[in-house]
Design a protein around this ligand. Structure first.
Ligand SMILES: Nc1ncnc2c1ncn2[C@@H]1O[C@H](COP(=O)(O)OP(=O)(O)OP(=O)(O)O)[C@@H](O)[C@H]1O
Length: 395
């Protein structure tokens, strides 16, 4: 809880977030006077993430003797594991590890209108760079979506005392934990829960230097060459999940699975609206959205897909009386450009739109082997001509 001192040196000052496997706290190192994030994993679990973070933090073998200038620029965009310890509580043993803290995740910000166009381009480039680094070290991230894309604090963040932090962001907010039947809480359940703090600002307030990306949550990461993962074991949220995970559940996923999710994340950064949606619908509906937006899937997938007759006739045409999602180019005009124009957030020129949609279409190829690699993504026309200059300006 807030104000606990963990492992004799970490003063817990705020809650940053939580997921299915952990709660993340902001702590202040009592001696070093710097902020860190502590991930407290659920009781008696064996987190796999820390070994991936350790591997990513090591220098690649080929550059061990070379200068920092030859380091992959994406290495700074993944969390650095700083320390590990264990806590013993009423529910058992909790593995804990500390990493670089962040202000918020991009999903939290996505409810606040649009990023200025230069910021959106810089964020997209940095995210692609981060994924490129992860791939260069032999890992697939496996869970790319905006809740796992964090914004790092400015370099001056550590200068804030805890009191100044509280002046800036308020005291931690708590809510009582109660049983609906009014009975006493069972042992091991805290009487208060802390509401996570979002230290981010509205998207429209972002300037290029705020685009400090941290790709987080490597809990689903895997090394395809050493530890293959089947499509059926893919845990990426359904709306960002690559289609092979659904249509070829018995096949191994590869780096290309991340490329699909990266495309959906870039789309969302640019338009603040997801390309596909699983809100109130199941995985079959999402598959039908993908076909509406991108065109036909490979015929072997279509024939094997039992639910196809709910959405398409025997010629593959959408069934009447159902909502048909707009094609990619129309979706870009209707869901991205229209709002960028209306909110004065910067519009994409015709030339840039063509380059961006060409990249999106290639990254969203149904067949994983037809998708570009991260290196090819970074060398694409849109990245080189439009995103790279704004990335450089944001440094
Ligand atoms: N280093 C960090 N700094 C700030 N906030 C963080 C940090 N790491 C994680 N968070 C916040 O905590 C939330 C949960 O973290 P994370 O997704 O890593 O946990 P998880 O238990 O693995 O979740 P999931 O169920 O999504 O796999 C994130 O969405 C993010 O908002």
């Amino acid at each position: 809880m807030i104000e606990d001192i963990l492992d004799g040196r970490y003063r817990v000052v705020e809650k940053l977030g939580y997921g299915g496997y952990s709660t993340v706290w902001l702590a202040h190192h009592v001696c070093m006077k710097r902020y860190i994030a502590i991930k407290v994993c659920i009781a008696n679990s064996q987190p796999r993430e820390i070994s991936v973070l350790r591997a990513l933090a090591m220098h690649p073998p080929s550059s061990s003797s070379s200068s920092s200038s030859s380091r992959h620029l994406g290495q700074n965009l993944v969390p650095v594991p700083l320390d590990e310890f264990q806590l013993h509580g009423p529910n058992g043993r909790h593995s804990c590890y500390t990493t670089t803290p962040a202000m918020c995740n991009l999903r939290e910000i996505s409810f606040s209108r649009l990023f200025p166009i230069k910021v959106a381009r810089a964020l997209a480039y940095k995210l692609a760079l981060a994924v490129s680094y992860v791939h260069s070290r032999g890992y697939v991230h496996g869970d790319i979506h905006l809740r796992n894309v964090l914004v790092k604090p400015p370099a001056t963040f550590d200068e804030l005392s805890v009191e100044q932090l509280r002046e800036e962001y308020g005291d931690p907010e708590t809510v009582p934990v109660m049983r609906r039947d009014g009975k006493r809480l069972p042992p091991g359940v805290p009487s208060k829960a802390v509401v996570p703090l979002c230290m981010g600002k509205d998207a429209k307030e972002f300037v290029p230097s705020d685009a400090r990306v941290l790709l987080s949550d490597f809990g689903e990461s895997f090394a395809p060459d050493l530890d293959p993962r089947l499509g059926e074991d893919c845990k990426t949220p359904v709306a960002m999940r690559p289609p092979e995970a659904f249509f070829e559940p018995g096949l191994h996923l590869s780096y290309s699975a991340d490329i699909w999710s990266l495309a959906t994340a870039i789309w969302e950064i640019i338009g603040m609206k997801a390309l596909f949606s699983s809100e109130f619908v199941g995985i079959d509906e999402v598959a039908s959205q993908q076909i509406d937006v991108l065109g036909p899937i490979p015929s072997s997938w279509f024939e094997r897909w039992e639910a196809r007759t709910l959405f398409f006739d025997e010629h593959g045409r959408p069934k009447k009386a159902r909502h048909v999602w707009p094609r990619l180019n129309d979706a870009f005009e209707e869901c991205v450009q229209k709002y960028r124009r209306k909110l004065d957030a910067g519009e994409f020129s015709r030339e840039e739109t063509a380059a961006l949609l060409d990249l999106m279409r290639r990254m969203l190829s149904f067949r994983p082997e037809e998708r570009p690699t991260t290196e090819e993504v970074l060398k694409s026309e849109w990245m080189v001509k439009w995103a790279l200059p704004d990335f450089e300006a944001s440094l």
